[in-house]
Design a protein around this ligand. Structure first.
Ligand code: MGD
Ligand code: MGD
Ligand code: SF4
Ligand code: MO
Length: 736
């Protein structure tokens, strides 16, 4: 008998609904769920491959322990015993900071990671925490923290109502969007144009998104902050500044007016490569549109000026009266959101040991992880725990990090695969396949262009001999706490729930304020594990049943009854109520941002004519970890260097030939593809490749390894966020 289970795809931020057909306990087919309240059947080529991932013979199904340099299969008890012995003895001898943690991107795509990593890290008590955020979007968190008081108050473009969308440094027709959750970007952008709106893309490469837009401007990598400042300057010069409703809630308008004066379109033209007339025309269009949204993503944030660019995107949205207005850039209201205190935001509560990089959101820059492992002294990282990450391919100066991981005293990884990173581990713990676990998008409902809530039950029962990831994380937490290795994790799980319940009952804006925590805990549904926390957060969230106060409100039980999700409506204005700055106002000119502006002056003068390297994504890829699925990797070689014909001629490169790309960090040799779809002076190579390292257990990937672009990205960071400058890397290119 065929049954259909509905679940949300956990692979990227688009959160598409899947309809999974099951026959005799086997997945037969995965299609888009046409009744999903958000995705309406949309799917990309990856969504239907979850069963290939599930059935991949290389996916780990048992713990592995390294003995005499070789991995051997082990029981969970054996694996946890080894971890307990080694971790405890190093902690006892060298203290909390000697254990570092790296959290990779899929942690935000699974409930266990979102809820239980925190318990583990807190118990560990280490300040050596690193996540994929500092090789991705940290600048946006910092700018939101400074402007609005909370790093998660990130405005998203109101795609379904805007008349004018200006996209910088994002390629959502391929990435399916980031920090702007919207299944079916192709359809949504098309709809903007069909209703008479305009889409403009600013990108050093003519991407799929650029090709589908009304207009595409090439920009020199790393210079978005300059160009956005020029937009701000013209807004003032042409008397187009209209913050409208927000005017009464803004500080710092004059400071911004003064700061932008130095960045006229004429002055930034050489550095950005965008002529002044075009810039001025764009400003007139943007300011004249009934509604408009500026959306900047990966390419704008992963540069040395990432925070400035992220901040300027919202400054433009604010100055044109488009922030927090329908059709502009708005804030989602996720179903699990809890009322936030007006505490404001700061960074630098501690600093990295070797280079003194400020802590941001409780973490340190991935770009300095190798320094912290390799540099002797108190607080040196001797043990690393990696969870759902592959920094050997994804982090800058990857060759050095690869060597650093090899020098650790002990390493533990939780992953689906023995990959370029986890091959260094002493113990690898297998994470369950997405089809064996429940799902809810805590993170992406907060970045969604429409408010929805969608719970996914596990499609298949747990596999024999596997633990769910939250159970693994609680075991590690117990070990870090010094509990016996076979201790019951039930009480720890209760503590995780109790932490959220206690926060709610003591929050005077929570619907359960003042109620008895024990009563709330007892009334919470979902058994053990993350679903129980989900139920609690839903019920105390903005649409929740309030444990009785709003009987028709949301709960886990209600989401279970709605397998296609619950539509919670279009985005609505949320300011000033939602602001978390101590004075309840928007700080348009935060001191740390203002102090960073002089660096941009230097950028104005810095156009040496050298070659800049940027990345690119591919629809059938997902960072480093879907390359072991034949259905996704077959076809033409994708790990190629795109070069403009003019550059190819100047550098002596031929189409189909090979190029050597070098930087201070390293050297790689890659196949060349010549195309006029890239800006002169810019070359592009995707990341996530380089699967030919010794000890990797991914046979399909090994046949088409590609090269690791991060061998040549140096560890340069944006000083305000610690984010790595992965885009616009200065490189030298010559024929092989
Ligand atoms: N040069 C360059 N570098 C980049 C980028 C770029 O564009 N250019 N992009 C950056 C970005 S945006 C990101 S997010 C990072 C990604 O960096 P990482 O997060 O370090 O790397 P991923 O390739 O996403 O690896 C994820 C790992 O998690 C495992 N995994 C998947 N699901 C689960 C799960 O549920 N549980 C567990 N335990 N493991 C799981 C996979 O098998 C894989 O090994 O890379 C960054 N690096
Ligand atoms: N198919 C696929 N989808 C993915 C992923 C994947 O690996 N594959 N990864 C997922 C992850 S983890 C993330 S974070 C998102 C990222 O999703 P997006 O934010 O859309 O990122 P990219 O697709 O890398 O697009 C970034 C664009 O910025 C351009 N760019 C580079 N430098 C600059 C610059 O200085 N200025 C400007 N204006 N543009 C620049 C690049 O040419 C590129 O087109 O994608 C997610 N979705
Ligand atoms: S766009 Fe593709 S990978 Fe992303 S959620 Fe949808 S089906 Fe999954
Ligand atoms: Mo990412």
């Amino acid at each position: 008998m065929t049954t259909i289970v509905y679940r949300t795809c956990p692979l990227c931020e688009a959160t598409c609904g899947l309809a999974v057909e099951i026959d005799d306990g086997q997945v037969r087919r995965i299609r888009g769920d046409r009744d999903d309240v958000f995705s309406h059947g949309f799917l990309c080529p990856k969504g239907s491959t979850l069963q290939h991932l599930h059935n991949d013979p290389d996916r780990l199904r048992t713990p592995l322990i390294k003995r005499n340099g070789r991995f051997v299969e082990a029981t969970w008890d054996e694996a946890f015993d080894v971890i307990a012995n080694r971790l405890r003895s190093i902690l006892d001898e060298h203290g909390h900071y000697s254990v570092g943690v790296y959290l990779g991107n899929p942690n935000v795509h699974n409930m266990s990671g979102v809820i239980y990593n925190r318990a583990f890290i807190k118990t560990l008590g280490s300040k050596n925490v690193y996540t994929a955020s500092t090789i991705d979007q940290m600048p946006k968190h910092v700018s939101s923290g400074l402007l609005f008081g909370h790093p998660d108050l990130i405005p998203v473009p109101d795609l379904d109502r805007t008349d004018y969308l200006l996209i910088l440094g994002a390629n959502p027709l391929v990435s399916n969007g980031s920090l702007a959750t919207a299944p079916d970007w192709p359809g949504r952008l098309d709809t903007i144009r069909r209703r008479g709106g305009k889409v403009v893309v600013v990108d050093p490469r003519q991407t799929k998104t650029a090709a589908a837009a009304d207009e595409h401007l090439f920009i020199r990598p790393g210079t978005d902050a300059l160009w956005l400042f020029a937009i701000v300057q013209v807004l003032w010069e042409q008397d187009l500044v209209r913050p409208r409703r927000l005017l009464d809630h803004l500080d710092g308008l004059d400071e911004v007016a003064a700061a932008c004066a130095a960045f006229s379109p004429e002055r930034v033209a050489d550095a950005t490569g965008i002529d002044p007339e075009t810039t001025r025309r764009m400003v007139i269009e943007l300011a004249g549109a009934d509604t408009a949204a500026v959306y900047g993503r990966f390419g704008t944030q992963t540069t040395e000026y990432g925070t400035l660019a992220a901040w300027l995107v919202d400054v433009v949205n604010i100055l044109t009266g488009n922030l927090d207005e329908p059709g502009g850039a708005m804030f989602s209201r996720p179903a699990t959101e809890q009322p936030r205190p007006r505490r404001g935001f700061r960074t630098g509560r501690w600093a990295s040991r070797v280079h003194g990089f400020p802590e941001v959101r409780g973490e340190l820059p991935v770009a300095t992880l190798a320094d912290e492992i390799e540099t002797d002294g108190e607080g040196q990282i001797r043990v690393l725990v990696t969870i759902a990450g592959n920094p050997v391919l994804s982090a800058p100066d990857a060759g050095r990090l690869d060597r650093a991981l090899g020098s650790l005293e002990f390493m533990v990884s939780i992953d689906l695969y023995r990959n370029e990173t986890t091959r260094h581990a002493d113990v690898i713990l297998p994470a369950p396949s997405p089809l064996n676990r429940a799902h809810y998008d805590f993170a992406f409902t907060g970045l969604s262009v429409h408010n929805v809530a969608n719970y996914s039950p596990p499609v298949l029962p747990p596999e024999e001999g596997m633990l769910d990831e939250w159970e693994i994380l609680l075991r590690l937490t117990a070990i870090a706490a010094g509990m016996p290795v076979d201790a019951d994790i039930g009480p720890l799980d209760d503590m995780v729930l109790a932490t959220v319940v206690n926060a709610a009952v003591s929050n005077d804006r929570s619907p359960v304020h003042g109620r008895d925590p024990a009563e709330i805990m007892a009334a919470t549904d979902g058994g053990r594990g993350p679903e129980r926390v989900l139920d609690m957060l839903l019920r105390t969230g903005p649409y929740g049943d309030g444990y009785g106060t709003e009987p028709d409100g949301l709960s886990l039980a209600m989401l279970r009854r709605n397998p296609h999700g619950v539509d919670l409506g279009a985005l609505e204005p949320r300011l000033p109520d939602t602001l978390c700055t101590p004075n309840g106002r928007i700080d348009l000119a935060p001191a740390s941002i203002m102090a960073d502006i002089p660096r941009l002056e230097a950028l104005l003068a810095d156009h040496d004519g050298g070659v800049r390297l940027i990345g690119r994504r591919d629809l059938r890829s997902n960072n480093s970890w879907m390359h072991n699925l034949e259905v996704l990797v077959r076809g033409k070689e994708r790990c190629t260097l795109l070069v403009h014909p003019g550059d190819a001629e100047r550098l002596g490169l031929v189409d189909g030939g090979e190029a050597v790309v070098t930087s201070d960090a390293g050297e790689i040799t890659v196949p060349v593809v010549i195309t006029d779809g890239i800006m002169p002076g810019v070359v592009s190579l995707p990341h996530g490749w380089g699967h030919d390292l010794e000890g990797v257990g991914m046979q399909v990937a090994a046949r088409r390894p590609g090269v690791n672009v991060n061998t040549v990205t140096p560890g340069t960071v944006d000083p305000l966020s610690g984010n790595a400058a992965l885009s616009g890397v200065p490189v030298e290119v010559r024929p092989a």
